[in-house]
Write a protein that binds this ligand. Structure first.
Ligand code: ADP
Length: 329
């Protein structure tokens, strides 16, 4: 079946993925494969801009790749690879940096946030983060980038860089990527307040064992106003209920909505049901993950093969780019 175009998305190698990564990105990556040629990149170079040390970089890359494969990324259909294994991206990054105003980069809210987060490590790479991201996207002649609303300014920025480059060098070598707005939920952590994130240690890993899942769910904060078992609860402010809406049947969701409000259902029983449903939902994922993990070399082979296919696309684009810039041949 003819595909609708090429999709690109990248994520930093953060190791074992959690429910937030799954619902916010991976699930969508898997679905997009039916309609698009997909290029999924583990952006290890981007990770270096904030990494305190790189000891876990390889292991985190492997674990993330394993999760992607177990979740349903099909390496025969999609290109799944590691950013640094396509050196053309660094060349394009440099060339794009020549048409990117420095002031715009330092004005970006994401840059300012990083400066606040790591005042002692405001490195050059951090400033160029969006330029490298643009290079990633355009190197593969990407048509569409799936983004949540919060990422939209980055894609708009990438489009501006592409326009500047094409205008400055009078070329059509680079394609302005389109945004595909994807409705993804913001998944809260077990604290019920902050976005689920590994760095906050408020996450639930997809690859957790049933027992680990049980322990994490049992720690989840529910409606803070519900103190005694006999107090009626408010599912609208309860993160356990948010997850039920995704992982439980419509009948169960209706029952919880009703019985929590009347206090017929307590938080412990409500959590037990979520544990059961989460473990059931991720059982095939976990089985597949365990099977793939028996041959770690296969994961690396898939990534190397992906890099080879990515390099072929990248080199084509770079030949046009070098020609446009009139770099001597
Ligand atoms: P990156 O910096 O590469 O975005 P993250 O690990 O923060 O790395 O996120 C990877 C993907 O998972 C992104 O698409 C992000 O939006 C999504 N994601 C991460 N945490 C959550 C969350 N709590 N809720 C929804 N989506 C999330």
């Amino acid at each position: 079946m003819a595909k609708k175009g090429r999709v690109f998305s990248g994520a930093r190698p953060t190791g074992r993925q959690h429910l937030g990564n799954y619902l916010g990105a991976i699930k969508n990556y898997v679905a997009l494969q039916d309609d698009y040629d997909c290029v999924y990149c583990i952006v290890d170079l981007h990770a270096l801009t904030t990494a305190e040390d790189t000891r876990d970089l390889r292991q985190n890359t492997y674990e993330m790749a394993l999760d992607w494969l177990a979740a349903g990324i099909r390496p025969a259909d999609s290109i799944m690879f590691i950013q640094s294994q396509v050196p053309q991206v660094t060349e394009l990054h440099l060339l794009l940096s020549m048409v990117t105003p420095l002031g715009k980069l330092t004005d970006l809210p994401t840059f300012k946030e990083k400066v606040r987060q790591q005042p002692d490590n405001v490195n050059y790479g951090l400033v160029g983060y969006p330029v490298l991201m643009t290079a990633d996207i355009v190197l593969y002649k990407t048509d569409v980038v799936p983004v949540g609303v919060d990422q939209a300014p980055h894609i708009e920025f990438a489009r501006e860089i592409v326009r500047s480059f094409n205008y400055r060098f009078q070329t059509k070598a680079l394609i302005e990527p389109q945004m595909k707005n994807t409705e993804v939920p913001k998944v809260l952590g077990i604290d019920g307040k902050e976005k689920m994130s590994k760095s906050l240690n408020n996450h639930i890993e997809l690859a957790a064992t049933p027992e680990e899942t049980r322990q994490r769910v049992m720690q989840m904060v529910t409606d803070p106003a519900r103190i005694k078992r006999t107090d009626p609860g408010n599912p609208d402010v309860c993160n356990v209920f948010s997850l039920h809406k995704i992982f439980s049947s419509p009948e169960e969701v209706a029952m919880i909505d009703r019985d929590c409000r009347s206090a017929a259902l307590g938080c412990v029983d409500c959590k037990k049901l979520l544990i059961k449903n989460l473990n059931k939902y991720f059982e095939p994922f976990r089985a597949k993950r365990a099977e793939i993990a028996q041959q770690p070399d296969q994961v690396w082979d898939i990534l190397h093969d992906g890099a080879e296919r990515a390099r072929a696309l990248a080199e084509q684009t770079m030949q046009e780019v070098r020609e446009a810039v009139q770099l001597p041949v």
